[in-house]
Design a protein around this ligand. Structure first.
Ligand SMILES: [Zn+2]
Ligand SMILES: [Zn+2]
Length: 227
């Protein structure tokens, strides 16, 4: 059964001490290419420990959701962050995350649900790729999108360049990965920081040897085909 029309899929990504949060409306968490970006934010935590990063991201998420009307949400994060969010990660017991999750739940209407589910970047979820890319450009000590005053005191992150695909020469429809195949592919597929559009990337990753079309850096990550 598809999620209700006002449901939000929220993707949580991190790179070292930086985090990215992406809210998608009208997605279903699996085939949500037709989902629409509802909000996005990124910032920096005090350390790269999963608990600390998740705590910083969830604090900011609660701030974002407090300004929106209640909707059922599914929080989608990497295994490490999802584990931290439900309290089974013990790398840093000094921060209790469950009260934050409860606060998120309390901010929703009684009928609304807040569930937590895994969704890793580099595995055909473009919105998870976007959350990772936001975290990457927020490293170190930068912020992205609409954030609270504390995070907003950091300098703003800068979108990746160049703004067109080196293979098809089309301008990227979006400088960060989105549901559109004309958006910029996720960062980190090659040993360099270049990326093509998502459409060209689908073809490029089947080529041998797989190298960056701009600088010939070797490919380091392959995105498995969608099941
Ligand atoms: Zn292209
Ligand atoms: Zn390159």
């Amino acid at each position: 059964m598809p999620p209700p029309a006002d449901a939000l899929q929220i993707y949580l990504g991190h790179r070292d001490a930086a985090w990215g949060v992406v809210g998608v409306a009208r997605g279903d968490g699996a085939y949500d290419d037709g989902g629409q970006l509802a909000f996005e934010a990124g910032g920096t935590a005090n350390s790269a420990l999963p608990h600390t990063v998740t705590h910083a991201a969830l604090t900011e998420l609660a701030h974002i959701l407090s300004a929106r009307r209640a909707a059922p949400i599914t929080l989608r994060a990497t295994t490490q962050l999802a584990a931290a969010a439900v309290g089974v990660d013990t790398t840093d017991g000094s921060l209790e995350l469950y009260p934050l999750i409860r606060r998120l739940r309390d901010s929703l209407s009684p009928q609304a649900r807040c569930s937590i589910s895994e969704s890793a970047p580099h595995s055909h979820f473009p919105w998870a790729d976007r959350a990772l890319t936001i975290a990457t450009i927020c490293k170190p000590g930068r912020h992205w999108g609409t954030v609270s005053a504390a995070q907003g005191a950091l300098p703003a992150a800068v979108a990746p360049t160049p703004d067109s695909c080196a293979v098809c020469l089309e301008d990227f429809e979006d400088m960060l990965p989105s549901g559109s195949l004309a958006s910029r592919a996720v960062t980190g597929l090659y040993a360099c920081s270049h990326a093509t559009c998502r459409r060209c990337d689908h073809a490029l990753q089947r080529m041998h040897p797989a190298r960056c079309p701009m600088c010939r850096a070797p490919r380091t990550v392959w995105i498995p085909p969608r099941p």
